[in-house]
Write a protein that binds this ligand. Structure first.
Ligand code: IPE
Ligand code: IPE
Ligand code: MG
Length: 242
Protein backbone atom coordinates (compact mmCIF):
# COMPACT_ATOMS: atom_id res chain seq x y z
CA UNK A 1 0.00 0.00 0.00
CA UNK A 2 1.35 3.37 -1.01
CA UNK A 3 1.11 6.04 1.65
CA UNK A 4 0.91 9.78 1.35
CA UNK A 5 4.62 9.95 2.24
CA UNK A 6 5.55 8.35 -1.10
CA UNK A 7 4.41 11.53 -2.85
CA UNK A 8 6.40 14.75 -3.15
CA UNK A 9 3.71 17.33 -2.53
CA UNK A 10 5.70 20.11 -4.13
CA UNK A 11 5.52 18.35 -7.53
CA UNK A 12 1.90 17.39 -7.91
CA UNK A 13 0.23 16.99 -11.29
CA UNK A 14 -1.88 20.09 -11.96
CA UNK A 15 -4.71 17.95 -13.28
CA UNK A 16 -5.40 14.23 -12.95
CA UNK A 17 -7.82 12.37 -15.22
CA UNK A 18 -9.24 8.98 -14.29
CA UNK A 19 -10.94 6.45 -16.54
CA UNK A 20 -12.97 4.49 -14.02
CA UNK A 21 -13.13 1.11 -15.73
CA UNK A 22 -13.83 -2.48 -14.73
CA UNK A 23 -17.09 -2.26 -12.80
CA UNK A 24 -18.76 -4.97 -14.86
CA UNK A 25 -15.84 -7.37 -14.53
CA UNK A 26 -15.66 -6.75 -10.78
CA UNK A 27 -19.31 -7.74 -10.49
CA UNK A 28 -18.90 -10.70 -12.87
CA UNK A 29 -16.08 -12.12 -10.76
CA UNK A 30 -18.50 -12.18 -7.84
CA UNK A 31 -21.46 -13.61 -9.71
CA UNK A 32 -23.28 -10.29 -9.33
CA UNK A 33 -25.14 -8.22 -11.95
CA UNK A 34 -23.02 -5.52 -13.66
CA UNK A 35 -24.94 -2.77 -11.88
CA UNK A 36 -23.59 -4.00 -8.53
CA UNK A 37 -20.16 -3.06 -9.85
CA UNK A 38 -21.33 0.46 -10.68
CA UNK A 39 -22.77 0.77 -7.17
CA UNK A 40 -19.49 -0.30 -5.62
CA UNK A 41 -17.73 2.25 -7.84
CA UNK A 42 -19.26 5.05 -5.78
CA UNK A 43 -17.18 4.08 -2.75
CA UNK A 44 -14.05 4.00 -4.92
CA UNK A 45 -14.80 7.44 -6.32
CA UNK A 46 -15.32 9.07 -2.95
CA UNK A 47 -12.24 7.43 -1.47
CA UNK A 48 -10.29 8.75 -4.46
CA UNK A 49 -11.70 12.24 -3.87
CA UNK A 50 -10.58 12.01 -0.24
CA UNK A 51 -7.14 11.02 -1.48
CA UNK A 52 -7.08 13.98 -3.86
CA UNK A 53 -7.98 16.30 -0.99
CA UNK A 54 -5.33 14.77 1.27
CA UNK A 55 -2.71 15.24 -1.46
CA UNK A 56 -3.82 18.76 -2.24
CA UNK A 57 -4.69 18.10 -5.89
CA UNK A 58 -6.58 20.98 -7.51
CA UNK A 59 -8.16 19.35 -10.58
CA UNK A 60 -9.58 15.84 -10.91
CA UNK A 61 -11.63 14.74 -13.91
CA UNK A 62 -13.36 11.35 -13.86
CA UNK A 63 -14.96 9.55 -16.78
CA UNK A 64 -18.45 8.48 -15.72
CA UNK A 65 -20.33 7.96 -19.00
CA UNK A 66 -19.04 8.24 -22.54
CA UNK A 67 -20.85 9.25 -25.72
CA UNK A 68 -20.32 5.60 -26.73
CA UNK A 69 -21.88 4.16 -23.57
CA UNK A 70 -25.39 4.76 -24.99
CA UNK A 71 -24.72 1.59 -26.98
CA UNK A 72 -25.00 -0.53 -23.82
CA UNK A 73 -28.18 -2.49 -23.08
CA UNK A 74 -31.07 -0.08 -22.27
CA UNK A 75 -31.43 -1.47 -18.75
CA UNK A 76 -27.78 -0.68 -17.94
CA UNK A 77 -28.04 2.80 -19.51
CA UNK A 78 -31.20 3.51 -17.49
CA UNK A 79 -29.49 2.28 -14.35
CA UNK A 80 -26.48 4.53 -14.91
CA UNK A 81 -28.67 7.61 -15.54
CA UNK A 82 -30.65 7.05 -12.34
CA UNK A 83 -27.58 6.06 -10.38
CA UNK A 84 -25.70 9.22 -11.25
CA UNK A 85 -28.65 11.37 -10.31
CA UNK A 86 -29.12 9.56 -6.98
CA UNK A 87 -25.41 9.78 -6.31
CA UNK A 88 -25.59 13.56 -6.64
CA UNK A 89 -28.61 13.67 -4.37
CA UNK A 90 -26.79 11.64 -1.73
CA UNK A 91 -23.38 13.26 -2.05
CA UNK A 92 -23.83 16.92 -3.03
CA UNK A 93 -23.87 18.01 0.64
CA UNK A 94 -20.69 16.11 1.42
CA UNK A 95 -18.87 17.56 -1.59
CA UNK A 96 -20.01 21.06 -0.64
CA UNK A 97 -18.79 20.51 2.94
CA UNK A 98 -15.43 19.29 1.67
CA UNK A 99 -15.11 22.48 -0.42
CA UNK A 100 -15.14 20.60 -3.70
CA UNK A 101 -16.34 22.46 -6.78
CA UNK A 102 -18.28 20.01 -8.91
CA UNK A 103 -18.60 20.47 -12.65
CA UNK A 104 -19.96 18.29 -15.40
CA UNK A 105 -18.43 18.16 -18.84
CA UNK A 106 -20.30 16.67 -21.77
CA UNK A 107 -23.42 17.39 -23.77
CA UNK A 108 -26.54 18.04 -21.71
CA UNK A 109 -29.22 17.83 -24.37
CA UNK A 110 -31.24 14.79 -25.33
CA UNK A 111 -31.07 11.90 -24.53
CA UNK A 112 -29.81 13.01 -21.09
CA UNK A 113 -32.95 13.16 -18.90
CA UNK A 114 -34.02 16.64 -17.78
CA UNK A 115 -34.16 15.56 -14.15
CA UNK A 116 -30.49 14.55 -14.26
CA UNK A 117 -29.55 17.85 -15.90
CA UNK A 118 -31.45 19.75 -13.18
CA UNK A 119 -29.53 17.82 -10.49
CA UNK A 120 -26.24 18.54 -12.27
CA UNK A 121 -27.07 22.24 -12.45
CA UNK A 122 -28.06 22.47 -8.81
CA UNK A 123 -24.90 20.66 -7.66
CA UNK A 124 -22.73 22.92 -9.79
CA UNK A 125 -24.46 26.03 -8.43
CA UNK A 126 -24.23 24.82 -4.84
CA UNK A 127 -20.48 24.19 -5.05
CA UNK A 128 -19.47 26.92 -7.53
CA UNK A 129 -17.71 29.07 -4.92
CA UNK A 130 -15.22 26.38 -3.89
CA UNK A 131 -11.63 26.26 -5.11
CA UNK A 132 -9.99 23.61 -2.94
CA UNK A 133 -10.54 20.86 -5.52
CA UNK A 134 -12.42 20.98 -8.81
CA UNK A 135 -14.02 17.62 -9.51
CA UNK A 136 -15.10 17.35 -13.11
CA UNK A 137 -17.45 14.54 -13.96
CA UNK A 138 -17.34 13.62 -17.64
CA UNK A 139 -20.88 12.54 -18.45
CA UNK A 140 -22.20 12.01 -21.96
CA UNK A 141 -18.67 13.11 -22.72
CA UNK A 142 -16.58 12.32 -25.78
CA UNK A 143 -13.26 13.91 -26.67
CA UNK A 144 -14.27 14.14 -30.32
CA UNK A 145 -17.63 15.66 -29.47
CA UNK A 146 -15.85 18.25 -27.33
CA UNK A 147 -13.65 19.15 -30.32
CA UNK A 148 -16.69 19.22 -32.63
CA UNK A 149 -18.41 21.62 -30.23
CA UNK A 150 -15.29 23.79 -30.09
CA UNK A 151 -15.10 23.79 -33.91
CA UNK A 152 -18.75 24.85 -34.11
CA UNK A 153 -18.10 27.71 -31.69
CA UNK A 154 -15.14 28.80 -33.79
CA UNK A 155 -17.28 28.64 -36.95
CA UNK A 156 -19.97 30.80 -35.34
CA UNK A 157 -17.43 33.37 -34.17
CA UNK A 158 -15.85 33.48 -37.61
CA UNK A 159 -19.27 33.86 -39.27
CA UNK A 160 -20.15 36.68 -36.84
CA UNK A 161 -16.90 38.41 -37.64
CA UNK A 162 -15.76 38.09 -33.99
CA UNK A 163 -12.80 35.92 -35.01
CA UNK A 164 -10.62 36.12 -38.10
CA UNK A 165 -9.91 32.78 -39.79
CA UNK A 166 -6.16 33.39 -39.65
CA UNK A 167 -6.49 33.91 -35.87
CA UNK A 168 -7.75 30.37 -35.33
CA UNK A 169 -4.94 28.72 -33.40
CA UNK A 170 -4.50 26.30 -30.49
CA UNK A 171 -5.44 29.01 -28.02
CA UNK A 172 -8.65 29.77 -29.89
CA UNK A 173 -9.63 26.08 -29.75
CA UNK A 174 -8.59 25.74 -26.11
CA UNK A 175 -10.76 28.74 -25.22
CA UNK A 176 -13.81 26.93 -26.63
CA UNK A 177 -13.39 23.60 -24.84
CA UNK A 178 -15.86 22.59 -22.12
CA UNK A 179 -13.56 24.01 -19.41
CA UNK A 180 -11.34 26.68 -20.97
CA UNK A 181 -9.67 27.50 -17.64
CA UNK A 182 -8.63 23.95 -16.71
CA UNK A 183 -4.93 23.12 -16.76
CA UNK A 184 -3.74 20.41 -19.13
CA UNK A 185 -4.00 16.87 -17.81
CA UNK A 186 -0.58 15.88 -16.44
CA UNK A 187 -1.52 12.39 -15.30
CA UNK A 188 -4.09 10.05 -16.79
CA UNK A 189 -4.97 6.89 -14.89
CA UNK A 190 -6.98 3.99 -16.28
CA UNK A 191 -8.04 1.03 -14.18
CA UNK A 192 -8.90 -2.56 -15.13
CA UNK A 193 -5.87 -3.30 -17.30
CA UNK A 194 -7.22 -1.73 -20.50
CA UNK A 195 -4.66 0.46 -22.21
CA UNK A 196 -6.62 2.89 -24.35
CA UNK A 197 -8.12 6.37 -24.12
CA UNK A 198 -11.67 5.49 -25.21
CA UNK A 199 -12.25 9.08 -26.37
CA UNK A 200 -11.36 10.73 -23.03
CA UNK A 201 -9.86 14.26 -22.91
CA UNK A 202 -8.15 13.96 -26.30
CA UNK A 203 -7.02 17.58 -26.40
CA UNK A 204 -6.32 18.08 -22.71
CA UNK A 205 -4.27 14.89 -22.30
CA UNK A 206 -2.05 15.51 -25.34
CA UNK A 207 1.05 15.41 -23.12
CA UNK A 208 -0.26 13.46 -20.14
CA UNK A 209 1.73 10.72 -18.48
CA UNK A 210 -0.32 7.53 -18.75
CA UNK A 211 -0.58 5.15 -15.82
CA UNK A 212 -2.45 1.88 -16.27
CA UNK A 213 -3.31 -0.38 -13.39
CA UNK A 214 -4.92 -3.82 -13.32
CA UNK A 215 -7.00 -2.85 -10.27
CA UNK A 216 -10.71 -2.88 -11.15
CA UNK A 217 -12.40 0.44 -10.44
CA UNK A 218 -14.55 -0.76 -7.48
CA UNK A 219 -11.31 -1.83 -5.73
CA UNK A 220 -9.56 1.49 -6.40
CA UNK A 221 -8.98 4.00 -3.63
CA UNK A 222 -6.73 6.71 -2.27
CA UNK A 223 -3.64 4.48 -1.96
CA UNK A 224 -3.88 3.65 -5.66
CA UNK A 225 -4.11 7.35 -6.43
CA UNK A 226 -1.01 7.99 -4.32
CA UNK A 227 0.79 5.18 -6.16
CA UNK A 228 -0.16 6.66 -9.54
CA UNK A 229 1.07 10.12 -8.52
CA UNK A 230 4.31 8.59 -7.21
CA UNK A 231 4.74 6.82 -10.56
CA UNK A 232 4.08 10.12 -12.36
CA UNK A 233 6.85 11.71 -10.29
CA UNK A 234 9.33 9.04 -11.40
CA UNK A 235 8.71 9.81 -15.08
CA UNK A 236 10.95 12.07 -17.10
CA UNK A 237 8.82 14.57 -19.00
CA UNK A 238 10.44 16.22 -21.99
CA UNK A 239 7.67 17.92 -24.00
CA UNK A 240 9.66 17.48 -27.17
CA UNK A 241 12.89 18.93 -25.82
CA UNK A 242 16.07 17.01 -25.05
C1 IPE B 1 -16.80 1.42 -16.10
O1 IPE B 1 -16.96 0.06 -15.91
C2 IPE B 1 -18.09 2.18 -15.89
C3 IPE B 1 -18.68 2.73 -17.12
C4 IPE B 1 -18.17 2.66 -18.31
C5 IPE B 1 -19.96 3.40 -16.96
P1 IPE B 1 -17.51 -0.88 -17.07
O2 IPE B 1 -19.00 -0.91 -16.95
O3 IPE B 1 -16.99 -0.47 -18.37
O4 IPE B 1 -16.91 -2.27 -16.63
P2 IPE B 1 -16.27 -3.38 -17.59
O5 IPE B 1 -15.22 -2.68 -18.40
O6 IPE B 1 -17.37 -3.92 -18.42
O7 IPE B 1 -15.68 -4.37 -16.64
C1 IPE C 1 -14.68 4.17 -20.85
O1 IPE C 1 -14.90 2.86 -20.45
C2 IPE C 1 -15.83 5.03 -20.39
C3 IPE C 1 -15.96 5.20 -18.95
C4 IPE C 1 -15.14 4.74 -18.04
C5 IPE C 1 -17.09 5.96 -18.53
P1 IPE C 1 -15.57 1.79 -21.45
O2 IPE C 1 -15.58 0.52 -20.69
O3 IPE C 1 -16.86 2.30 -21.94
O4 IPE C 1 -14.53 1.76 -22.65
P2 IPE C 1 -14.23 0.64 -23.73
O5 IPE C 1 -15.55 0.27 -24.33
O6 IPE C 1 -13.61 -0.51 -23.00
O7 IPE C 1 -13.28 1.28 -24.67
MG1 MG D 1 -15.32 -0.92 -19.42
Amino acid sequence: MTSLDAVDRSRLPAHVGVIMDGNGRWAGQRGLPRNAGHEQGETALFDTVEGALALGLRWLTVYAFSTENWKRPPTEVAFLLNFNRDLLLRRAGELDEREVRVRFIGRRGRPVPRRLVRMIESTEARTARHRRLTLQVAFNYGGRTELVDAARAVAHDVADGALRPDRVDARAIQARLYTPGAPDVDLLVRTSGEQRLSNFLLWEAAYAELVFTDVLWPDFGREHLYAAVAEFQRRSRRFGTV
